[in-house]
Design a protein around this ligand. Structure first.
Ligand code: AMP
Length: 177
């Protein structure tokens, strides 16, 4: 399992996709899983930019992990964990041998660069309030999650995500060796 972290606008989804194509791994994107739901309650949370509850998300993720046989196969995890308790959930699975951790990548960029990029993307939840909320969630929830994984001895490689898609992709390739 390769985990990809990155703030909104960091190119996390794009890089996850490129990496998956290059390595021929499946990707699990929790954002995609949630966006494909037709539940109006989930849609409302997505539009607000807030995090969806673990009670809703973890069963969906669990099902995907089983489907791709994550205990045996490599894959890319995009968008999870985003809370310390989600990281604990994942670490328990790793320690039980239900998942194999390879590395985590973290795409960094400034809020300014991210905002410029998001103007061009126009996804449904890319409203000014939704974007602001996702930046706030990143600082208060995702950053401590990354620190928790590091404190448990899991390797996190920081990548400068402010550059072009090709440059970031080349850095990731180099970092993975
Ligand atoms: P993403 O496609 O990764 O940008 O995720 C889009 C949205 O899905 C986020 O703003 C959250 O509302 C929700 N989401 C994705 N992953 C998670 C997660 N691990 N925990 C809670 N909510 C999530």
């Amino acid at each position: 399992m390769i985990i990809i972290f990155g703030n909104v606008g960091s190119g996390k989804g794009t890089q996850a996709k490129l990496l998956a194509e290059r390595l021929n791994y499946p990707t699990i994107s929790t954002g995609q899983l949630l966006r494909s739901s037709s539940d109006p309650k989930i849609k409302a949370v997505l539009d607000s930019g807030k995090l969806v509850s673990n009670e809703i998300l973890c069963p969906l993720l669990e099902k995907e992990l089983k489907r791709i046989r994550a205990d045996k196969n490599e894959f890319i995890l995009d968008g999870f964990p985003r809370r310390v308790n989600q990281a604990k959930w994942l670490v328990d699975k790793i320690r039980r041998g239900e998942l194999k951790f390879s590395v985590a990548l973290c795409l960094n960029l400034t809020e300014e660069t991210a905002l410029e990029r998001l103007k061009l993307r126009g996804r449904h939840d890319d409203t000014p309030i939704g974007i602001r909320q996702r930046f706030a969630e990143y600082e208060t929830s995702v950053v401590p999650t990354i620190e928790y994984l590091q404190s448990q001895g899991f390797k996190v490689i920081e990548i400068d995500g402010s550059r072009s898609v090709e440059e970031v992709s080349a850095s990731i390739k180099k970092a993975l060796g």
